[in-house]
Write a protein that binds this ligand. Structure first.
Ligand code: ADP
Ligand code: MG
Length: 733
């Protein structure tokens, strides 16, 4: 038999009949993949329990002796019941088995063993139905065996039992059995980590870790195993991210310095700017300007509060590149946002610069002729700025000289999409932006190949946003006031957003998800209360006498592109007073005259979503007001979320709260939850310090040995990960 390694195909080891359903259930095809199908948790067979005073309904393990056994036919159905009484000398208990007569040969009176199961009460008699048991060998009952029994029993009872993620076709015990086969067949496992890293981290070698994570004898075994695997995961991930970054940095790209003579589009733009840059904008701008001037590509994540003026920082970078004869692409996650970016770019440039730089918009839903014109303009280099959606990634899009890629709302895109765009230029600079504040460890994990710049300062003159929770059940009067308050602002010439979780009855916005902890239906008053909808709310508001004559329109993702665009334009132009929308307006939408954000069923949104939504108001010279309507009860997690948002406007603090309230590290997006998860043990919410540490260790190794010649296992791993696009799954959502 050939030696079994981590790369061996499973069918050769466990047989095709087992390999196939394993592949179907968990997408595992090799020995290594199966061994990385880790137990979700471990259960213990239980503490040893005396037979007297057994608690009904509990999982117990007892050491006892078989007292007597009898079998009888069932009265109403066909079949037999085997009943064995066991005793520990004090109490007794009945074991029952249906149609398992053969056990009569095993459960011989006088034999001792250990029995585990759940105690049930059948007509006043305690019993275990179909318990697990293991009978001691006769020789255990040799003189002195009393002690031996105890020890053996204790060991058996305390051996952790791995519980695997399972499906109906692949129950946990089948997985366990297959893994056992694989571990038995597996030769020595070479450890990809260099010996000195193993030593300095004090972690178990890979082979031992795999054995112990699946077949622990003691709790300490799997703890040791998991610690080793966890470090490996963090380390390999950071190594891959750092390696990617270093390789990208090593590439040559065209430097786009600001002209020394002080001319160029950026200088002209700055001269015409109607306001001063904030300190943070200036600092971020300087960093970026210096990097654009270097002969290597920039990879920077610009994160900052909603309304902190990131777009302006990006536009200035685009102008610098335009001054160096390069083109820039601004990638936005939605059509609404792309169209708005395009309008605000044109507006900010002013007529002269706009005519010179010829910005174009490219989206998937544009009429063919318009699209063709945009494509031509991009290909000829005539357009120095292209704003668009995923359409920019299309094969038919080619740039004359792509110098800078700006990705807005980075968290909505995967690394792979950024890469696709990057390949359209020769090592272009990349500036990713996000208004979703990301705790540092998340940034390291999801965007570990990017340097991070943070803008905290808001432009001056912002009057801020006040946020209130409006608990509809507890304070119906306040809920009623919401609409009157909106009406007052409308009378004063302001505009209002109303955001609903659903488009129409039962139809949610595409891509919207339930937040982690919602809905809190248990204990909730009316769990089946229908969600507020865009269509329902539009009708409701139009029907209100006090809203007579107020222009109210709906906006959601299921509307045709041109219609969405028309509504958004009309709202931006002030022709619509109330925009009732789904989260399509969550990011980036900028209408400074809008002052009130009302969110219905706010508990149906996540923290960062609500924070984003709130950022849509208070962007101009009028104070913003955010009213979060909810029927969630006080004390529920849903309410906790809403109260947290009402209590602080600091997005970074909220991001931390968000992280705490989430159970799992799903911050990296839904890519993880579908199918096989990319992160196994690592939880960004929990393992911040480990991630930082692993990054340092990985960085030190790459400093020492950039090509990883001393760690061929890791080099191979990186090569494979790049191929499999492991990293690309990470940031996708
Ligand atoms: P972000 O993209 O970070 O959410 P934007 O770039 O859309 O923020 O800026 C929000 C608004 O603030 C825009 O109307 C923009 O013109 C304005 N703005 C940006 N920087 C400043 C500044 N330094 N002073 C005053 N207003 C600014
Ligand atoms: Mg923005």
């Amino acid at each position: 038999m050939t030696r079994v390694t981590l790369d061996s195909r499973l069918d050769g080891v466990v047989g095709a009949r087992t390999a196939k359903p394993l592949a179907r259930a968990f997408d595992v095809h090799t020995v290594g993949e199966l061994l990385m199908h880790l137990p979700r948790r471990y259960s213990r067979r239980g503490e040893l329990t005396p037979l007297r005073g057994l608690p009904s309904g509990e999982q117990i393990t007892v050491v006892a002796q078989v007292l007597d056994v009898r079998e009888r036919q069932m009265q109403r159905r066909r079949g037999s019941i085997l009943e064995a009484r066991i005793t520990d000398g004090e109490g007794s208990l009945t074991l029952t088995f249906f149609n398992q007569s053969w056990r009569i040969r095993e459960l011989v009176p006088g034999r001792r063993g250990i029995f585990a199961g759940k105690v049930s009460d059948y007509r006043g008699q305690l019993q275990l139905q179909h318990p697990e048991y293991e009978l001691f060998d006769d020789r255990d009952d040799a003189p002195g065996g009393e002690k031996l029994d105890e020890a053996a029993a204790k060991a058996w009872a305390e051996t952790p039992v791995p519980i695997y993620p399972a499906t109906a076709q692949m129950p946990s015990w089948t997985v366990q059995k297959s893994i056992g086969l694989v571990l038995d067949a597996l030769g020595e496992v070479p450890d990809p980590l260099p010996a000195d890293v193993l030593r300095s981290e004090g972690i178990a070698p890979l082979g031992r870790a795999l054995e112990f994570v699946h077949r622990p004898q003691h709790e300490a075994d799997y703890r040791e195993a998991r610690r080793s695997l966890l470090f490996r995961e963090a380390f390999e991930l950071q190594l891959a991210l750092l390696d990617r970054r270093r390789r990208a940095e090593g590439e040559a790209s065209t430097p786009r310095p600001i002209p020394a003579d002080g001319g160029g589009p950026l200088a002209r733009f700055d001269a015409a700017l109607p306001f001063e840059l904030t300190g943070d904008q200036r600092r971020a701008g300087e960093t970026i300007a210096a990097e654009l001037a270097r002969p290597h590509p920039m990879h920077r994540l610009l994160q900052g509060e909603v309304g902190s003026g990131k777009t302006l920082v990006a536009l200035r970078a685009m102008l610098q590149v335009a001054g160096g004869d390069g083109q820039s692409a601004l990638l936005a996650p939605t059509e609404v946002l792309a169209a708005q970016h395009f309008r605000s770019v044109v507006e900010a440039l002013g007529p002269d610069l706009a005519a010179e730089l010829n910005p174009v918009l490219l989206t998937g839903r544009m009429p063919a002729a318009e699209r063709k014109r945009a494509l031509l303009s991009i290909a000829s280099g005539n357009a120095r700025i292209a704003v668009g959606t995923h359409a920019l990634l299309g094969e038919n899009v080619s740039f004359y000289d792509l110098g800078l890629i700006v990705v807005d709302e980075q968290h909505r895109f995967g690394v792979e999409q950024r890469e696709t765009l990057r390949r359209k230029g020769s090592a272009p600079h990349v500036l990713a932006m996000t208004a979703t504040p990301i705790p540092r460890t998340v940034a390291l994990t999801a965007f570990g190949d990017l340097e991070v710049t943070t803008i905290r300062e808001l432009p001056p003159g912002r009057l801020g946003i006040e946020t209130f929770a409006v608990p509809e059940l507890e304070m119906p009067n306040r809920a009623a006031r919401v609409w009157a308050r909106a009406r007052e602002d409308i009378a004063a010439g302001r505009q209002v957003y109303v955001v609903c979780p659903a488009i129409s009855a039962g139809v949610r916005e595409a891509g919207d998800e339930e937040p982690e902890a919602a809905p809190d239906t248990e204990g909730g008053d009316s769990p089946s209360r229908p969600l507020a909808t865009v269509e329902g709310t539009v009708a409701e508001l139009r029907g209100r006498p006090d809203f007579a004559g107020v222009a109210i329109e709906g906006l959601h993702g299921a509307m045709p592109g041109p219609e969405k665009d028309r509504v958004m334009r009309a709202f931006a132009a002030g022709e619509i007073a109330v925009l009732v929308a789904t989260t399509v307006i969550e990011v980036g939408v900028n209408v400074p005259n809008a002052t009130i954000m009302i969110v219905r069923d706010a508990d149906r949104f996540g923290i960062s979503q609500l924070h984003q939504l709130r950022g849509r108001v208070g962007r101009g010279s009028h104070a913003g007001l955010c009213l979060l309507m909810t029927a969630a009860e006080q004390g529920s997690v849903a309410r906790e979320r809403i109260d947290a948002i009402a209590a602080t406007s600091d997005g970074f603090a909220l991001a931390e709260v968000d992280l705490e309230l989430r159970r799992e590290g799903d911050i990296l997006g839904t890519a993880q939850s579908g199918g096989r998860s990319t992160l196994r043990l690592l939880r960004v919410a929990e393992h911040g310090e480990l991630i930082e540490h692993a990054r340092e260790v990985a960085g030190a190794l790459l400093d020492r040995d950039p090509e990883l010649g001393s760690a061929p296992g890791l080099a191979a791993l990186l090569a494979r990960e790049h191929e499999a696009g492991l990293l690309d799954n990470l940031a996708k959502s």
